[in-house]
Design a protein around this ligand. Structure first.
Ligand SMILES: CC(C)(COP(=O)(O)OP(=O)(O)OC[C@H]1O[C@@H](n2cnc3c(N)ncnc32)[C@H](O)[C@@H]1OP(=O)(O)O)[C@@H](O)C(=O)NCCC(=O)NCCS
Length: 144
């Protein structure tokens, strides 16, 4: 089931975020990620996948800058199409906020890189730290 998260889901969302094996949160990013999550809980939406009585994945956009802030699926629930189902919700939030394209960054050589390429995201460059920058048009009918 997909639903919008409430503040009560926040501890489990953090657990899922910390359970992943790739694109793990660096110690240096923790504070910034927390601040962004605070803002999104108040003004935006974390879209969560609930199964087996718990949140097993989430997708979230930052409507301030047109980015996908996070897409994380618990390792026990990967490969079932959950990311595929959740990502359009976050993209929809960006379109509703007036963006014509979504962007995100992800680690090179990861499952996520393969997932985004397979779903029509295009690489637009690399950051200094090697992260790939992806972009996808949000025109009607082409949201992933
Ligand atoms: C990358 C990540 C989000 C993918 O999540 P996922 O739920 O395993 O992805 P999905 O199952 O939707 O898609 C994976 C593949 O499984 C296939 N699949 C398996 N079962 C499926 C089903 N029942 N329905 C639809 N697709 C299914 C899909 O076709 C898909 O193939 P594709 O990538 O060629 O389209 C997840 O592995 C993850 O959280 N990784 C660690 C954190 C991370 O790197 N996040 C991204 C940071 S930007």
């Amino acid at each position: 089931m997909i639903r919008k998260a409430t503040l009560a889901d926040r501890p489990r969302i953090s657990e899922v975020r910390l359970a992943v094996r790739e694109n793990r949160l660096s110690q240096a990013s923790v504070a910034k990620v927390d601040t962004t999550a605070d803002w999104i809980f108040e003004h935006g939406a974390f879209w969560v996948w609930e199964q087996g009585g718990a949140v097993q994945g989430f997708a979230v956009a930052d409507p301030r800058d047109g980015t996908i802030f996070g897409l994380f699926i618990h390792p026990d629930y990967e490969g079932r199409g959950i990311a595929h189902a959740l990502l359009p919700r976050a993209c929809e939030d960006l379109r509703a906020a007036g963006f014509s394209a979504a962007t995100l960054t992800t680690g090179a050589g990861t499952r996520a890189e393969r997932f985004y390429r397979a779903n029509g995201w295009e690489e637009t460059g690399r950051q200094d730290d090697g992260q790939i920058v992806f972009r996808k048009s949000l025109r009607a009918g082409v949201v992933p």
